[in-house]
Ligand binder design. Structure first.
Ligand SMILES: C[S@@+](CC[C@H](N)C(=O)[O-])C[C@H]1O[C@@H](n2cnc3c(N)ncnc32)[C@H](O)[C@@H]1O
Ligand code: SF4
Length: 374
């Protein structure tokens, strides 16, 4: 068996945003090199352990079709990071496929032109820009370290060089008294930079988030979500996954592998990998210096596969998941959803529409009342 996708988690940021629950550590610029060198040594050591782990599962590397550099803020890694990765890939005989998609997450205000050029040389051909909002008040609410000017400068740079980039955009931000966020105006500005892809996230803060009591109600969230979806679909973007929009052919191939429950290897703290054939999920635990595996049962893997597939425009073939008796019980529910405009059925497949994506958890709950298969 072979594996052809890899995620690497770079765990450092200049500043820790108050809503973020990803694995990361704040580092002062004076400490970058020391922190990054330590991380690079850990990657090198963990790769040997990962190799052993793959061998135990009878899996070998194939030329990489997708490589995703996420974080944290991997654009901070800069030229030295790109050069380290080049020798890391060579030393570990990881070959890049000709049709490779290599993505780098970039934060406004945390990248340099020199760094981007070095990553381009390495093979990066897709960038995910952490824009979040095009409104300085909202960036303040989000506790972002960069300014609105940084955002424009970043979008301008990637557009001018005609690079393949995606924009992260957030909804459900805290409501400020006597201030109305103008989402359509923000999107218009983003459109002027012509992004091939956009990811849309609804703020879901954890722990001690300071503005919890000012978060919008579900009805407002739904309105905002459908407003963005309609806006982007009208401009030729395909709403191809709950949180993702792409111009045709610009879908994220790496993320499609997750949604199709295909194998993706993962390195770096807290990054989650999946070996599809053995239904094995695993994570690098820094404190234990090992990969901690989690074996999914056949039923768990099937449920996850159903849920992930339903998140995308590819939809699910219900016959693959339910018995004939269950299908009979489900049919009226699916018809009702269709009448509401929440889904469509095409070539034997159930495919959610944007108004179905936003209420997906409720729909699944309703569906599972009538089945034992999942
Ligand atoms: C892995 S994060 C890191 C990207 C990059 N460091 C940044 O901040 O732009 C990827 C995206 O997840 C989204 N995100 C982070 N925390 C979130 C939260 N609590 N709720 C919803 N989306 C979140 C943001 O849009 C962010 O751009
Ligand atoms: S920069 Fe990104 S990864 Fe870092 S704390 Fe902020 S949202 Fe999280």
């Amino acid at each position: 068996m072979g594996i052809s996708s890899l995620y690497i988690h770079f765990p450092f940021c200049r500043h820790l945003c108050n809503y973020c629950d990803f694995y990361k550590t704040r580092v002062e610029s004076s400490d970058y090199r020391m922190a990054f060198n330590g991380f690079q040594s850990e990657l090198t050591q963990s790769f040997a352990i990962h190799q052993h782990f793959l061998e135990q599962n009878d899996i070998s590397w194939e030329p990489l079709e997708t490589l995703y550099l996420g974080g944290g803020t991997p654009s901070l890694w800069g030229r030295e990071g790109a050069e380290f990765l080049k020798s890391f890939l060579n030393a570990n005989q990881l070959v890049l496929a000709e049709n490779l998609e290599m993505t780098l997450e970039v934060n406004p205000g945390s990248w340099t032109e020199e760094g981007i050029k070095a990553f381009q040389k390495l093979g990066v051909n897709r960038y995910s820009l952490g824009v979040q909002a095009l409104d300085s008040k909202m960036l303040g609410q989000l506790d972002r370290v960069h300014s609105l000017e940084d955002v424009h400068q970043t979008l301008g740079f990637f557009n001018k060089l005609k690079l393949n980039f995606s924009v992260d955009f957030m909804l459900g931000l805290p409501v400020i008294a006597s201030y109305q966020r103008d989402i359509a105006a923000e999107l218009e500005k983003i459109m002027s930079y012509n992004p091939p892809h956009l990811s849309l996230y609804i703020l879901t803060p954890k722990g001690n988030y300071p503005h919890t009591e000012f978060l919008p109600e579900n009805e407002q969230l739904e309105r905002e979500y459908l407003e963005v979806s309609e806006f982007l679909e009208k401009r030729g973007y395909l709403h191809y996954e709950v949180s993702n929009f792409a111009r045709p052919g610009r879908e994220s191939r790496h993320n499609l592998k997750y949604w199709r429950s295909e194998s993706v290897a993962a390195l770096g703290p807290s990054a989650t990998g999946y070996l599809a054939d053995s239904r094995l999920r695993y994570k690098w635990k820094v404190s234990e210096l090992e990969f901690v595996p989690e074996q999914l049962s056949e039923k768990e893997a099937k449920l996850e596969n159903f849920y992930l597939r339903l998140r995308t425009f590819e939809g699910v073939i219900l016959e693959e998941f339910f018995t004939s008796a269950e299908l009979l019980k489900i049919a009226p529910i699916v018809s009702k959803w269709q009448r509401q405009g929440w889904c469509e059925t095409r070539q034997n497949k159930l495919i959610l529409r944007p108004s179905g994506y936003i209420r997906m958890d409720g729909l699944l709950e309703e569906l599972f009342q009538y089945t034992n298969s999942l």
